[in-house]
Design a protein around this ligand. Sequence first.
Ligand code: SIN
Length: 312
Amino acid sequence: MNGKKIVVLGTGGTIAGTAPAAQDNIGYTAGQLGLAQLLEPIASLDKHRLVIEEVARIDSKDMGFDTWTCLALRCAHWLAQDDVAGIVIAHGTDTLEETAFFLQAVLAPAKPIVITCAMRPATALAPDGPQNLVDAVAVAVAPGACGVVAVCAGTVHGAFDVTKQHTYRLDAFSSGDAGPVGYVEEGCIRLSRSWPQAGTGSIGMVEILAGARQWPRVEIVMSHAGATGRLVEALRAQGIDGFVVAATGNGTVHREIEAALLEAQAAGVRVVRASRCPQGRILERPGDALRAVALSPVKARIALMLELFEAC
Ligand code: SIN
């Protein structure tokens, strides 16, 4: 580890979760332990270099805009310090990919932000959190590391590509067609492609978020067999700024939802298509009436919210 500090931010998750019995890997409560309790027993970490800060202690299914804003502000603060090499964030697995995408989109940091997690609670017979934390710190001090990445089960995933793919296995994440950024092997990073791009974040977005009274309302609707346009109409009646349609295959949308979405678009509501397929990206065809993005529906929603912020 070089001489600079590593800031470890806690948000909760299974990594900080506790269960009544050590053999119980699912009946736990997320976000119970503090970061100091998680890090203290890990002898291989140089604690003098770690700055610990608790941002939240939640189950990441409950992640919200306030916590994201707070996280982005704390990351921006720490990244600006010359004596900080990078940031590690302990996070739940369930919305990790959304937080990773959000931070990469708004910060695109020149230093690494490494989000890590666990599939088993801290009280498990064989918890995966401690090794993931050790690996995350190794990535945070790796020469040349930059951008937002996720580290889980020895694999480094880029923020734009990472998705949770498994409900139970320790190696729960995938980068799909893009493949992982690399692997952590005994504290060494074996890169398989380049780090996420630094320096393309939304200019001033963190300040805009901090001053925002509310975020644009963007909802995800799914195209499926037997779909109707009624959900789209009901949401429009409530007042909505944008829709992401989780489209079938290469971006196709049931004709009834499509008609409702085209009407919404004509009335000024932003609409984007994102495929509900876990692999691949929508290849746009000439004449497509609804814009497509090369993102999963949950990430497309974040991208559209940020776009709407910028348009204000
Ligand atoms: C969470 O996402 O906070 C709970 C589930 C997990 O971390 O695996």
